[in-house]
Design a protein around this ligand. Sequence first.
Ligand code: 13P
Length: 310
Amino acid sequence: MSEGAILTYEKVAPKERHSVSSACGAGDVFIGFALNGKRDDKSWRARSVSCIIARFLVGLICSMAQKLVVGNWKLNGAFATNEALLGACCALPRVDAAVCVPFPYLAQAVSRLNGMALGAQTVSEFQSGAYTGEVSAEMLAEMGCRYVIVGHSERRALFGEDDATVGRKAAAALRAGLVPIVCVGETLAEREAGQVMEVIGRQLGAVLDLIGAQGLSRSVVAYEPVWAIGTGRAAGADEAQEVHGHIRRWLAEHGASAAEMRILYGGSVKADNAASLFGMPDVDGGLIGGASLSARDFMAICQAAAGGNF
Ligand code: 13P
């Protein structure tokens, strides 16, 4: 997004925010009805409880309708460049955005999020103790993280993380109140051998074993085909949709609240292919590597996820 486009967003933002809040205001209208009329002490508590539930459900529906765009900076950053990057990124209406930065920059990023959420790129499966070099989910939560990526293919391939380890890391994240972004995806050889869903089923199954269907329902799944990561060769929109549809069915068959879960696509998402990928019914957003290091590209991808012009 150009500087001009960001300025345009700044101008439009209050109106857009109003329209978002009026869409979400349906629950408030409902609550208004519930509270109308004379106060009846007998039913007052029951009404209050229904109001809280209604507000929660409307909030959930409003947030689920929105795409989620997560930047994964990987092993990149320095104080000065982070400052410039974060300074030029901000949350847009109708899309949830987050940045997963290297551990040393969490403190810097947390005060410069401009409405975006904070995440980390991995987490220890352990809570505390003699585990030199590890960072616990509780520490990430204390730093202000909402998300943590687990099972990224780079960690699986380069750092020996197996399916069960990924499951334990997801469990650790949930224990601390974080949302794990569980990465799954096949290599090119596995795709060519027709094993896409077999591989993904195995990867998800190991996580399910550790966190159960309820835990999965509280997680985000990211489909990242290994052959698309950092190669400039993204999955086609139809190709991504096919796998996302399979993943959602797999989640439903295994007892998760599949319809409400977010399934992100990751792998060479750029400003020029984001809209077609995000236009697919089962693609609920993206996990963005290289393009998240450019404010212009990341904001253009967020804009595509918001589904509109600013
Ligand atoms: P690229 O967007 O650079 O292909 O990376 C994708 C990724 O690995 C995000 O986690």
